[in-house]
Design a protein around this ligand. Structure first.
Ligand code: DGL
Length: 258
């Protein structure tokens, strides 16, 4: 069995395009419809209720487009809304959470010191507290909100090295980075900064994100329900956004092709 229905992917803005890139590369036969909510970004400084309301609106929009699955390519929206969305909609909804398990597992059993970079809302929500609780006995976790890293992407300043590096200094200079084992990019916007982080961090610090795991999870869910697209299908990516300006549409395309 196969299904040619599209997959809906959304984020508060442009960060989820980092997930779409990997999804399209790994599942080239799928039709992907992306919705970025840049008109309402950032989500990370809103209340959980505000983020839930916005997420419901987007999922309702996708439901009308008869998508076969939804990926919440946003750690923040996942923490605020995934449980309620799953209770309400009868379709696979794949969420994202900071890849803390992956970071701790990289230590092969040795205690790890891990910085989790994410939005304030993700780090304040119950889901993250539960996740932390699973690892704090054996590992030292440092939650680090980095709101400017969302704004820099949304403002189209990702190519401005001075702006990016001063933001990284602002958030990470207080750490003894040589004593850190890994940094988790717990926000999909931050995945675009991987090369900057690599340059900024000592070589011994690993950089971890949850994008590949999310794509892998989606693939196995669709495989088991017989809903993968046919291998002869030509996949596609349609980028849509609540901000219909030319600026956002050009920026979205350039992030997809980075
Ligand atoms: N990209 C989002 C995430 O993964 C949220 C960014 C924001 O809007 O604050 O958490």
């Amino acid at each position: 069995m196969t299904s040619c229905a599209p997959i809906g992917v959304f984020d508060s803005g442009l960060g989820g395009i980092s997930v779409v890139r990997q999804l399209h590369a790994a599942m080239p036969n799928e039709r992907i419809i992306y919705f970025g909510d840049s008109a309402n970004a950032p989500y990370g400084v809103k209340t959980p209720q505000e983020v839930r309301n916005l997420s419901f609106k987007i999922v309702e929009h996708f439901a009308k487009l008869s998508v076969k699955a939804i990926v919440i390519a946003c750690n923040t929206a996942t923490s605020a809304a995934v449980d309620d969305l799953r209770n309400h909609y009868n379709m696979p909804i794949i969420g994202m959470e900071p890849a803390l398990k992956l970071a701790c597992d990289l230590g092969g059993g040795k205690p790890q010191r891990v910085i989790v970079a994410a939005t304030s809302l993700t780090l304040k929500e119950r889901k993250f507290a539960d996740l932390m609780n699973r690892f704090t006995q054996n590992h030292k976790i440092f939650p680090q909100p980095c709101p400017d890293l969302v704004e820099i992407v949304e403002n189209g300043d990702l190519g401005n090295k001075n702006i990016v590096m001063s933001a990284l200094h602002k958030y990470f200079d207080s750490y003894d980075l040589n004593s850190i084992d890994s940094v988790v990019l717990g926000c999909t916007h931050f995945v675009f900064y991987r090369d900057y982080f690599r340059e900024f961090l000592p070589d011994c610090v690993k950089i971890v994100d949850g994008n590949a795991g999310t794509v892998h999870h989606l693939k196995s869910v669709l495989e088991s329900s017989g809903e993968l697209a046919d291998a002869n299908n030509n996949g596609s990516v349609l980028l849509t956004n609540s901000d219909s300006s030319n600026r956002i549409s050009e920026l979205s395309k350039s992030l997809l092709n980075l």
